[in-house]
Design a protein around this ligand. Structure first.
Ligand code: KG4
Ligand code: ZN
Length: 358
């Protein structure tokens, strides 16, 4: 039996968690800084770093208390190394280094993007990842920072099929919410506003899907682009406001948001299912903050073909958390792959050639 402590601080959530043997979440403490950043309409890196600095210790205590374990009983400390905001990452990384050094525990460096994929296997994934029949696996990671499709083979080799060429899906929702004056973060408030709205009333563009008489370049078959949808929204708002004498009635807002959300969801689902068919995958993983979205979840549940298993991360494991870091870290632990005390953080996603959990 192994207990891994996870630490996460890549963006605006500070988190600590204890996971047993890679899958069983004994505790997952998360402190959101949303209220602190909301006034700025987005995450301010230095502010995030300072918040992590004060939040980490109480969260560690909470995670240990809830799990009913002591620091002495923990077998290793896993921490998010990147990608993310450097000032924010450094705080968590230094904290984890201090814990590892002080308590004489091995340190494990985890890639945040890979941890998001792993989140779909927490609690339920035992036996799935070890089974060669589960592969190939196709992972859609949709968050505020990423929109990527990763193909994972039974031997752990991985290949990024595509990613966003501009904004991430979560960013597209966040920016739209800002433009409409709905607040930050955009995803949850867009979902709420869209409820009861007519998602078919307005046709927002579906970039890189080959529609509207535009041929799709083969190299962009699995890529995404969301900045054009955001621009289309800007023009739509101006046009409709003008048409309505400067006002934007509630029903118009609801239909606008529902139609916009539909455009984002439609592209994500369509491209994922296309790749699933092309590569004859056995499973589809959907994870990252945007995977909390009710419409996206429902669409995948309805449209994933028979014979393909859907691994939809639990909502609480979709947005940033440390359970996914601890769980993913366990796979390094059992192989004895540890990080040195001099490791540094990284901001951008490196090329992924394999995943550690297979
Ligand atoms: O994974 P995450 O917590 O952080 C990153 O690694 O980026 O994802 C945050 C993103 C934000 O863009 C937020 O608007 C979006 O996830 N999000 C949602 C929902 N809840 C969070 N998007 C759509 N619908 C939601 N319910
Ligand atoms: Zn994330």
């Amino acid at each position: 039996m192994s207990l891994i402590l996870g630490i996460e601080s890549s963006c605006d959530e500070t988190a600590a968690a204890v996971v047993r043997d890679g899958y069983e979440v004994l505790s997952s403490a998360v402190a959101s800084q949303i209220a602190k950043h909301a006034a700025h309409g987005g995450v301010v890196p230095e502010l995030a770093a300072r918040e992590h600095l004060t939040a980490l210790n109480p969260l560690l205590e909470e995670a240990l208390r809830t799990a009913g374990v002591t620091m002495q009983e923990v077998d290793a400390v896993a921490v998010t190394q990147g990608p993310g905001l450097i000032p924010a990452l450094l705080v968590g990384l230094n904290f984890a280094k201090g814990l590892a050094l002080g308590y004489g525990k091995p340190l494990i460096a985890v890639n945040h993007f890979i941890a998001h994929i792993y989140a779909a296997f927490l609690e339920s994934g035992h036996g799935v990842l070890e089974n060669p029949e589960s592969y190939p696996l196709l992972a859609l990671v949709v968050s505020g920072g990423h929109t990527s499709l990763l193909l994972i083979a039974a031997n752990g080799e991985a290949r990024q099929l595509g990613c966003t060429l501009d904004d991430a899906a979560g960013e597209a929702l966040d920016k739209a919410a800002k433009l409409l004056g709905l607040g930050y973060p955009g995803g949850p408030v867009m979902q709420k506003t869209a409820e009861g709205g007519d998602a078919g009333r307005f046709e927002f563009p579906r970039p890189l899907t080959g529609g509207a008489g535009k041929a799709l370049a083969p190299e962009h078959r699995y890529d995404f682009s969301f900045s054009g949808v955001k621009t289309a929204l800007l023009y739509h708002v101006r046009r409709e406001a003008e048409r309505n004498g400067g006002v934007f009635p509630e029903s118009l807002l609801k239909d606008t948001v529902a139609s916009y959300q539909e455009a984002v969801v439609d592209v994500l689902v369509r491209k994922t299912l296309q790749a699933a068919r092309d590569f004859q995958v056995r499973g589809i993983v959907v994870s990252g903050g945007v995977a909390c979205n009710a419409v996206l979840r429902e669409r995948f549940r309805q449209q994933t073909p028979e014979g393909i298993r859907l691994h939809l991360a639990e909502r609480r494991h979709c947005t940033d958390n440390a359970a996914m870091v601890a769980g993913c870290g366990w796979h390094f632990f059992r192989r004895g792959e540890f990080a040195g005390p001099d490791i540094d953080s990284f901001a951008r996603l490196p090329q992924i050639t394999r995943v550690p959990f297979v």
